[in-house]
Design a protein around this ligand. Sequence first.
Ligand code: ZN
Length: 215
Amino acid sequence: MPSHLLRLATVVLVAGAVMSVALSAQSSRALDPLDASGTVTYFIADGEPASAYRPSDRDLATWALQAWERSIEGTLRFVSSSEDEALIRVYWVTPDAGLYGEMASITVNGRRGAAVYVRPDAEMGGEVIARQAQADPLFRDTVVYLTCLHELGHALGLAHAGDFDDIMYFFGFGGDIPGFFNRYRMKLDDRDSIPRVPGLSTSDINRVRALYPRP
Ligand SMILES: [Zn+2]
């Protein structure tokens, strides 16, 4: 985990569970969009040994990338590449990271890229979310998928939003966080439904389209 990132811990009281939410300081302000002039390469790592990563989590990150790609309507195309060449790099981190996820800007061959760190377990969400994730594997995948979607939104240049409907909503603003995940979970019949349910609000889509306008 990059040490230069300042982490702010915010305590949110949700449904009787005390939840610790951390974010990188840079997530609260707008970032530059990715350099869309060429191919936008991505790399999804294997999970760190002590993380709760499952090989199938690779699908969740890929589906999150594709959801953003479709929302931008072809202005950006993501292509898988080696780690060294990847503009977007997804890493699965261990629980001691103490957060859902994090994004750090990187520079790859002079272009703005992003390293995205996702914690592939639901323990970080507090007791209510962890208990539901244990009972319902699809809820666990929901938490990991939506975390990928949120952090990849930062990778694309989006800052936090204050509207609870948006994937870029910041939990530090409060609200029913289990409900945030459940509204998505309730749209799923099975795991294969995830790529058919993007999880982006109209506002998320409008904001990302403004960053990547059609020529
Ligand atoms: Zn964020």
